[in-house]
Ligand binder design. Structure first.
Ligand code: A2P
Length: 257
């Protein structure tokens, strides 16, 4: 039996010349947990060319959704960026990942920190009713170079609060904090800076972040992960896993090419 499903592209959205997302059909047998990733890709020269992609779509959705960068000389994304409605995409049958609610100990507020395409796993998590059952507030933080790269901002700000299933929880608990580093915007600066100096919590009207009460999920570039983990460790946060839940969990935002 093949390790891959063949799905069909249903829509493609180009956010910027560096960023796009797309939706595909979903095989009914494909099961995953919100926050997980799976291998996806294209057949190139008769062989599957695959990379790890977080699922943007929540695990109860009829369609799958993925967020990707575009790199001109990237082995996969140079081709993937040209996909059209009706094209075939390969989707790995074995999703996995550490950004799971069960890998965190119980806490008060949940911070979801993503840079660039590191937002992707958090889009499925903010659509998971269980997230709102476990936490008082859920703070979705997205750091990008430019405002145009703040993918899904309209959906988060304008659609989710009115969603039939999630609207009430979202209005009561979800706080969205987009921040931009390379142009003017209402929130400016790297997530590490805004978290480290207390600015973000202050802007949101929340108490200072602390390991005793807060939980953190992190997804982004290796440099971002290294810096934010250093910051959290300095504040006595401990890394969680499926063996032993902790106060933070991390995942690399995989595709850089
Ligand atoms: P900056 O513009 O200062 O590099 P990228 O598109 O390169 O993945 O970056 C996404 C966002 O992550 C940008 O706002 C970028 O800020 C920020 N970033 C890059 N490296 C780090 C880091 N080490 N710590 C915190 N934020 C970072």
């Amino acid at each position: 039996m093949s390790a891959l499903y063949e799905e069909e592209v249903l829509s493609v959205h180009h956010w910027t010349d560096r960023l796009f997302s797309f939706k595909t059909t979903r095989s009914p047998a494909f099961r995953y947990e919100n926050g997980q990733f799976t291998m996806i890709g294209l057949e190139v020269n008769g062989k599957p060319l695959l990379r790890a992609y977080s699922l943007v779509s929540p695990n109860y959705a009829d369609e799958l959704e993925f967020l990707s960068i575009k790199v001109a000389d990237g082995p996969l994304t140079s081709k993937l960026q040209h996909i059209q409605v009706g094209d075939k995409i390969l989707v790995g049958k074995k999703p996995t990942g550490t950004l799971l609610l069960d890998n965190l100990t119980p806490g008060r507020n949940l911070y979801l920190l993503g840079t660039g395409t590191g937002l992707a796993p958090f889009m499925s998590l903010v659509k998971d009713p269980a997230v709102y059952e476990r936490f008082e507030k859920v703070i979705l933080v997205h750091g990008c170079r430019t405002a145009a790269e703040l993918a899904y901002a309209d959906e988060i700000e304008n659609q989710l609060p009115n969603d039939e299933l999630l609207g009430e929880d979202v209005r009561a608990k979800l706080l969205y904090y987009p921040t931009v580093t390379r142009e003017e915007f209402r929130n400016r600066g790297r997530i590490t800076l805004l978290m480290g100096n207390g600015r973000m919590a202050q802007d949101l009207g929340l108490p200072p972040v602390e390991a005793a009460h807060d939980r953190v999920m992190i997804c982004g570039s290796p440099a971002f992960l290294a810096d934010i983990v250093g910051l959290l460790k300095g504040m006595s946060f401990t890394e969680g896993s499926s063996n032993e839940p902790g106060s933070y969990v991390i995942e690399k935002a995989f595709v850089e090419k």
